[in-house]
Design a protein around this ligand. Structure first.
Ligand SMILES: C[S@@+](CC[C@H](N)C(=O)[O-])C[C@H]1O[C@@H](n2cnc3c(N)ncnc32)[C@H](O)[C@@H]1O
Length: 380
């Protein structure tokens, strides 16, 4: 039987369950942090809500048992031959399941503890961890089979990790055990239409950005948000960075050639303070008023989520920014009503938005997108 599977973001199984409850949805947990939504009535396709705490969705997934790599590959090929239109692009994501144990906090503490210990978790040991190499071998076997039988399908396969096009289909295999997985085939235009739920990153996991030059690891959040929205700070853009110190978001913005006003109570790192494209304003981020509309509001202030959400909505209502990336600090008791309210305000005030826990987020989520008031001719 096919069902839509929702996979919780790291440390967010409890938070995702609270989201299901707030949305009045019943979900069955099929593995730790992996939930199946009941079949939509009359076999129709359901419109999936945008879950804040999911890392990936697998629409219409079916359970698959196969004894060998070749058998998995054959099942994938059988599922797509004659289903994907000739010549239309498609992507293949074969990923190992990472359990998301219940009761883990949303915070950094739990994940740091996990990173420090080299041993697999109890859950992983019990289920038999699936090595990433097995997934690569299955992908290679699919390529080999298509090379023998369906060269036109092979030619249409997309291998770059980037936004789905409207004519692009996606096949996902999530391996929960070496010989058991869930197979999902999403035909175009579903992936494009659900690009806020179905990540183009395989398994919904953004690669870890590596750069030793910025003053802190926080830069990874801004880069991931840019990647996910498919839009980057560009040369000549104007940026306001609220809660900017020590300055890694400001660093990213000036690296891209933008002019930045950086606001914080604490100082930026000396080189950024002296940068000709940075103006530092010491003060309260919540009282800062821009002189004119800026291309980007980026905000990573440590404050209650309610305050950061209000600040973002104020900027959008006043037409103060064209694009935004705003961190919302949420604790273990994720304020579901706050996030739901913010999502509906963003749906009204933005032409496109995401509200989700990024791979790089610990005890926080991120709102990013483009203001509705942005003029089409101002878009790149
Ligand atoms: C997580 S850090 C920001 C890190 C920064 N994005 C970076 O990449 O380096 C949060 C910052 O918010 C600042 N902050 C907290 N409350 C503030 C307020 N009301 N006004 C201005 N800055 C504030 C803190 O001083 C701190 O530097």
């Amino acid at each position: 039987m096919a069902s839509d599977l929702i996979w919780a973001a790291a440390d967010a199984t409890d938070a995702l369950e609270r989201e299901f409850a707030a949305l009045g949805m019943e979900a069955r947990e099929v593995d730790e942090g992996l939930f199946a939504l009941p079949e939509p009535e009359e076999g129709g396709r359901r419109a999936l809500p945008r879950f804040v705490f999911s890392r990936q969705v697998l629409p219409g997934a079916t359970e698959l048992h196969a004894e060998s790599i070749r058998a998995f590959a054959r099942a994938i090929v059988d599922a797509i031959v004659g289903v994907f239109p000739d010549g239309a692009p498609w992507s293949l994501h074969v990923v190992p399941f990472e359990p998301v144990p219940r009761g883990a906090s949303l915070g950094a503490r739990a994940s740091h503890r996990r990173v420090r210990s080299e041993r697999p978790s109890e859950a992983e040991t019990r289920k038999g961890r699936v090595p990433a190499a097995r997934c690569s071998f299955i992908e290679e076997a699919v390529v080999e089979l298509l090379g023998e039988r369906r060269r036109h399908l092979l030619r249409a396969r997309r291998t770059e990790t980037r936004h789905f096009k409207s004519d692009e289909s996606v096949v996902q295999l999530l391996l929960v055990e070496p010989e058991r997985g869930f197979l999902s085939v999403a035909k175009a235009p579903w992936p494009y239409e659900h690009r806020h739920q179905l990540s183009f990153f395989p398994g919904g996991k953004a690669p870890v950005a590596v750069d030793k030059r910025p003053p802190s690891r926080a830069f990874a959040k801004l880069i991931e948000a840019e990647e996910r929205m498919g839009r980057h700070i560009a040369v000549g853009d104007t940026v306001v960075d609220l809660g900017a110190a020590p300055g890694s978001w400001t660093f990213v913005a000036v690296e891209r050639g933008a002019r930045v006003v950086s606001v914080d109570r604490s100082e930026l790192r000396a080189d950024l303070l002296a940068h000709p494209h940075v103006r530092f304003v010491r003060g309260d981020a919540f009282r800062f008023e821009p002189e004119a509309t800026v291309d980007w509001l980026i905000c990573d202030v440590i404050a209650r989520a309610e305050r950061s959400a209000e600040l973002l909505l104020k900027w959008l209502r006043r037409g103060n920014c064209r694009h935004f990336v705003v961190t919302l600090k949420v604790d273990d008791e994720a304020p579901g009503t706050l996030l739901q309210g913010l999502a509906s305000d963003l749906a009204e005030l933005s032409s496109d938005y995401w509200l989700q826990k990024l791979t790089a987020n610990k005890k926080e989520v991120c709102a990013f997108g483009t203001a509705r008031s942005v003029r089409e001719d101002a878009r790149r």
